[in-house]
Design a protein around this ligand. Structure first.
Ligand SMILES: [Zn+2]
Length: 367
């Protein structure tokens, strides 16, 4: 691509070691559902410490997402939600009971805390950008605690402070369903993200409270009206942790050019989602029809539109279907090598891998 300097050398072994801090994973759900250990190499799911080390994955947003207890068929690893009740606004389930969501979130956060505690110093929960910098120097894997869908937080926001104390430093307003704060997009292809009303009064208060505490507000899964509400309220850079380019793959889950321009104007960031259904131009969910080349197309587009300092990676590991060649966290170097082939230099890759996130955290998080 034209906007980055070409790398003079050939693809070398060192390219495989570009560190990546990832904008989204559902690993806690995978650990809980399969019973596998984060410390042992597994053939299940996408992230464990051995595969992270192989791929240069140095940490990321660990999402706590609350399953709907009434919909046992909703599997976060499923790649075909379009045929579920999440496939249209009309068929969305009712708002989750607060007690159910709160209990699940506290339990899942405890699972993540348990991973750090059992890691013998190899994994640590991070609360500042400097925590991540220090961990990188010391070879410690960084776990950022994220709530995906604000259902666990009471609408009067009393427990927001409790989750903050527990280490939560980012909150996705919604998953793809309504809650007390906002409305998520259904999974449709092709489809527009403009699928309903914007934030509720509680949602607007939540954004202001997150700004005040220093919590990143994540707009992935949010419908377009909610996106523009947050753009008008938040004083922080706009963040979508795991989304793609609507112009390349017109899924409801992807961002329109107008949204990308607003993210650029706010000095914000997008973590490019790896899910095949959001990066394949035809919306195909077949991993064999989708490769790191499709993924690199989204990275290219966002770099052109936003600038290379506002683009990152947001894999959706353990919560989505990966491109057939990439497979899991150990496959990250394949994406890096594809970007090198397209002319990305080392400094740009390091920015996309980690440093652009650190800029957002320095701006948004408070000690
Ligand atoms: Zn998600």
């Amino acid at each position: 691509m034209a906007t980055v300097r070409r790398l003079s050398g050939a693809i070398g072994d060192d390219m495989a070691t570009i560190p990546v801090f990832d904008g989204h994973n559902d690993t806690v759900l995978s650990l809980r559902e399969t019973g596998r250990s984060f410390f042992d190499r597994s053939t299940q799911g996408h992230v464990d410490l051995p595969r992270a080390n192989d791929g240069g994955l140095i940490g990321g947003f660990f999402a706590v997402w609350v399953p709907n207890p009434d919909e046992a068929e909703i599997d976060p690893d499923s790649d075909d939600l379009t045929t579920s009740s999440y496939g249209s606004v009309e068929s969305m389930p009712p708002i989750l009971p607060l007690a159910t969501a709160e209990h699940f979130a506290l339990d899942a956060l405890a699972t993540l805390a348990g991973v750090a505690r059992a890691s013998d110093g190899k994994v640590a929960i991070v609360r500042t950008a400097d925590d991540i910098r220090r961990n990188m120097k010391n070879g410690i894997f960084s776990m950022e605690l994220h709530i995906e869908g604000a259902e666990p937080i009471d609408p009067s926001l009393n427990t927001l402070e409790t989750f903050y104390l527990a280490g939560v430093r980012s909150i996705g307003m919604v998953w793809s369903r309504p809650n007390a704060f906002a409305n998520g997009v259904p999974f449709q292809f092709p489809g527009s993200p403009d699928t309903g009303p914007g934030l509720t009064d509680a949602g607007k208060a939540l954004v202001a409270a997150c700004d005040e505490l220093g919590i990143v507000v994540d707009m992935s899964h949010l419908n377009e009206a909610g996106f523009w509400d947050i753009a008008g309220i938040s004083k922080n850079p706009l963040v979508c942790t795991h989304s793609g380019v609507h112009a390349l793959s017109p899924s409801t889950r992807n961002l329109t050019d107008k949204q990308l321009d607003a993210i650029k104007d706010s000095e914000g960031i997008v973590g490019v989602n790896f899910h095949v259904g959001f990066i394949n131009r035809e919306g195909s969910r077949d991993p064999d029809k989708t490769s790191v080349s499709h993924l690199a197309d989204h990275v290219d587009y966002m770099c052109e539109r936003l600038g290379t300092d506002k683009v990152a990676l947001g894999s959706d590991f353990d919560g989505a279907t990966m491109p057939g060649d990439l497979k899991d966290a150990a496959g990250l170097p394949l994406l890096i090598e594809e970007l090198v082939r397209r002319g990305y230099d080392d400094a740009t890759l390091r920015a996309i891998g980690v440093e652009n996130w650190l800029r957002i955290f320095d701006r948004t998080w408070k000690n």
